[in-house]
Write a protein that binds this ligand. Structure first.
Ligand code: 13P
Length: 252
């Protein structure tokens, strides 16, 4: 009942020219993949170019971050309303933003509420570090990130958000979580926390993605798990054939 969802997080890769080339390479085949919500998340400066290339298709567009204020003296920041001109989605609270740019559950929550106000669907990232994983704190950390990051949302909006579980130790390492471990966190931690926040019906409609070294080879195993509703793909989203294969795996 939950439509599979696959998003490509390009991170800080691709100039506008390179972004055009990448979308030209995979766009036609990507459009053919039915029954999956497919979303591209290029850097800010490539959003307009990619928006033009995917307009009129079912390929969605997302940003990788935003500020929570509507406008004003915040040099270097991008406001929700600026993204709304091009995007339907915005990635919020990615672990790289938490680690390198000081984002906290509190600032993530401000951004999530700002996304709601603007009608942008947030893809909210949660996940434990290697040290937290090794000391058995995964459930505690991820539960707190979900509860604190998503508090205060309206029920109707909550049902349409997307959550991505990305264990930090699996990001860009080539060491993906096992599908069983990811399923356990999705079901027993993330969806359980969503149920506590928003109730059973809304929690059952929220897509929970797995992220962290997803490839064309391991994607199908993740998607066969009942509570893994798709993927947030980093490195593999920069390779057209690979990203396409992941989207096709989600369609099956
Ligand atoms: P990789 O797929 O490169 O591990 O990155 C995952 C990620 O951080 C997506 O947001």
């Amino acid at each position: 009942m939950r439509t599979p969802f696959v998003a490509g997080n390009w991170k800080m890769n691709k100039t506008v020219a390179e972004a055009r080339e990448l979308v030209a390479g995979m766009g036609p085949a990507l459009k053919q993949v039915q029954g999956v919500d497919k979303v591209l998340c290029p850097p800010f400066v490539a959003l307009l170019a990619v928006a033009n290339l995917v307009s009129g298709t079912e390929i969605g567009l997302g940003a990788q971050n935003m500020h929570w204020e509507e406008k004003g003296a915040f040099t270097g920041e991008v406001a929700p309303g600026m993204l709304k001109e091009f995007c339907q989605y915005v990635i919020l609270g990615h672990s790289e933003r938490r680690t390198y740019f000081g984002e906290t559950d509190e600032t993530v929550n401000k951004k999530v509420l700002a996304a709601q106000k603007q009608g942008l669907t947030p893809i909210v990232c949660v996940g434990e570090t290697l040290a937290q994983y090794e000391s058995g704190q995964t459930a505690q950390i991820v539960r707190r990130q979900v509860l604190e990051g998503l508090k205060g949302l309206d029920l109707a909006f909550a049902a349409q958000i997307v959550v991505a579980y990305e264990p930090v130790w699996a990001i860009g390492t080539g060491k993906a979580s096992s599908a069983e471990n990811a399923e356990m966190v999705h079901r027993d931690v993330v969806r359980a926390a969503l149920t506590d926040l928003f109730g059973e019906a809304a929690a059952q409609s929220i897509r929970i993605l797995y992220g962290g070294s997803v490839t064309a080879v391991n994607a199908a195993e993740f998607f066969s798990q009942p509570d893994i509703d798709g993927a947030l793909v980093g490195g593999a989203s920069l390779k057209p054939a690979e990203f396409l294969a992941i989207c096709q795996a989600a369609a099956q």
